[in-house]
Design a protein. Structure first.
Length: 313
């Protein structure tokens, strides 16, 4: 695979990033959901005996499960969560990370990544039309643009092939052109976020050679292109994992929402990068069985806050 592409390709993609990224405000949509105290204060049973100067060991998966417990509604709603520090200094946390969920529109990040991998393999730039589709698909969640790029990557077979390169082992493309019914897991979505955002060095620089994202097959320019589009999401879609960010921080995300015709229940998903206290975190929250879109957004935002609190607490 041509990981670095041509110099002109890198310059073109990087050049598209000029502009102001969105500021993400906590609780951008939906109801405020309290985060359980256990998100930042593990019980005595979770800490190992240690000397005063030693770091306390915490089972972060268990802490996340306890933090989520008061947020889970009665009924059919399910939620799956995965979170990790972008600098890799703190262990991540997962709740039901391997259960399969419909992607809805979060698959658009995957579709764009597959398109960029194909362009890299061909040693070419994205065409002006592909760039226009990509912008509309990510920033405005335009479905017609997603369908056009889905066809450009070879549909379900093309997405599945790209996911082998990206390291997504639990994601299966939607059949019959139904890209929104692609099945994925919270852990796979965290893998995709790592492929896009890589890791940060001690100074907070992203996309450096040798960063974790470089091993995904996406070149540095491709990663910067995807991250830039995710950082300019339309204002009416600034909800979901952005609720976990500092009020004045910059974040990058993609949301998905889908009412299921058979049940009337909603799939609500959100994935992205948030900043808290000067540090950056990757967060993936998937849910289904929500009675309304608003209830699903509230659940996802509460889960995102709880997940980040487990790492920052």
């Amino acid at each position: 695979m041509h990981r670095n592409g041509l110099a002109a390709w890198a310059a073109l993609l990087t050049g598209t990033l000029v502009g102001t990224l969105i500021g993400c405000s906590p609780g951008g949509a939906g109801q405020a959901v309290p985060v359980a105290a256990t998100a930042s204060a593990p019980s005595s049973g979770e800490a190992s005996a240690s000397a005063p100067d030693e770091e306390v060991s915490v089972d972060r998966d268990d802490a996340l499960a306890k933090a989520l417990k008061p947020l889970l509604p009665d009924g059919d709603a399910r939620v799956s969560v995965a979170v990790a520090a972008l600098d890799g200094a703190t262990d991540g946390a997962v709740y039901d990370g391997t259960s399969a969920f419909d992607t809805a529109s979060i698959v658009k990040v995957d579709i764009l990544s597959a398109l960029l991998l194909r362009a890299q393999d061909a040693g070419r730039e994205l065409t002006p039309q592909e760039r226009a589709y990509s912008t509309a698909m990510i920033e405005n969640s335009d479905n017609a643009s997603a369908t056009a790029l889905w066809e450009a990557i070879g549909g379900a077979d093309g997405l599945d092939a790209a996911n082998l390169t990206l390291g997504l082992t639990g994601t299966r493309a939607g059949a019959g052109g139904e890209w929104g019914l692609t099945q994925t897991t919270a852990e796979d979505q965290l893998t995709l976020l790592r492929a896009v955002f890589g890791t940060e060095d001690a100074e907070g620089a992203e996309g450096a050679e040798g960063a974790e994202g470089a091993d995904s097959g996406l070149s540095e320019a491709s990663r910067a292109y995807v991250a830039g589009l995710m950082g300019r999401i339309a204002s009416d879609q600034r909800w979901g994992v952005s609720a976990a960010a500092d009020s004045a921080s910059v974040c990058a995300l993609k949301n998905g929402w889908l009412p299921r015709s058979a049940t009337g229940l909603w799939d609500i998903n959100s994935v992205g990068r948030v900043s808290v206290g000067g540090k950056r975190y990757l967060v993936s929250v998937l849910s289904d069985g929500n009675t309304t879109k608003e209830a699903g957004v509230a659940l996802v935002e509460g889960a995102a806050k709880a997940a980040v609190a487990v790492l920052t607490g």
